[in-house]
Design a protein around this ligand. Structure first.
Ligand SMILES: [Zn+2]
Length: 240
């Protein structure tokens, strides 16, 4: 995903994901990249203003403090000036980050950015940002003067047919991550599986029918090969 985001040929990246897969960290890394490596004005849109404040405190502030190359360009965390507030930070190299809540009608005004990161879009209030309209359209509009803009949206999908991230994903080229089975070499997208299918995550049970966590393994979709946890790094490394 991060490779796609920093690919100059790619303008839009839409990530339809499961919960708890580290997507916030990906957003952090994208922010760090566009603050330091390719200094740009950045907008991060969270579902609510409180989410934006929380994201600033729990993710952005520690990253700026603890990453050497970022702390060098970050504004002094002890001063609260126009250059450094909870929701707006300007770096010494000219890059900047603004954070807004999708529930804030005025949040998108007076902002011009190259990088727009929409987080958890299926959690945005339905009906748009007050009377101002759809938040994704509003945020995207803030970047229209940049020929090299980047629009990144991510979310766990909610209701099929109404989900915003599902719609955005369908508008894209719908990439998935294929990994080769370390035994037969056949490429596949990893799937949870389930009781009624032969592939996916499987485990043994004891005589009482209790699951035995230490027996968990993955069964290859194509040839039923057993893939173990310790083979995972190799799997991911060879993924496409
Ligand atoms: Zn296999």
């Amino acid at each position: 995903m991060m490779d796609a985001i920093t690919d100059p040929r790619v303008e839009k990246v839409s990530v339809m994901k499961s919960a708890r897969v580290g997507y916030t960290k990906i957003i952090d890394h994208v922010v760090g990249y566009y603050l330091h490596q390719d200094p740009s004005p950045i907008l991060v849109v969270q579902p609510r203003v409180e989410d934006a404040e929380d994201y600033s405190k729990s993710e952005i502030a520690p990253m700026l403090r603890d990453t050497a190359v970022l702390s060098e360009i970050a504004p002094d965390p002890k001063t609260r000036t126009g250059e450094n507030t909870l929701l707006k930070k300007t770096m010494k190299n000219g890059a900047s980050i603004a954070l807004v809540g999708a529930n804030s009608p005025g949040g998108f005004r007076r902002i011009t950015v190259r990088i727009v990161l929409f987080d958890e879009v299926d959690g945005y209030p339905v009906g748009g940002a007050g009377s101002e309209g759809d938040q994704i359209a509003l945020g995207t509009k803030r970047s229209e003067t940049f020929w090299n803009r980047k629009i990144v949206s991510g979310s766990t999908p909610t209701i099929k047919g109404l989900s915003r991230i599902e719609k955005l994903y369908q508008e894209g080229d719908q990439r998935r991550f294929y990994v080769p089975c370390p035994h037969c070499g056949d490429y596949q997208v990893l799937e949870w599986g389930g009781k009624d299918v032969t592939h996916g995550i499987k485990w043994d049970k004891d005589e009482q029918g209790q699951a035995l966590p230490e027996t968990v393994h993955y069964v290859c979709k194509h040839n039923g090969c057993v893939i173990l946890e310790q083979e995972k790094p190799e799997l991911i490394k060879n993924g496409e």
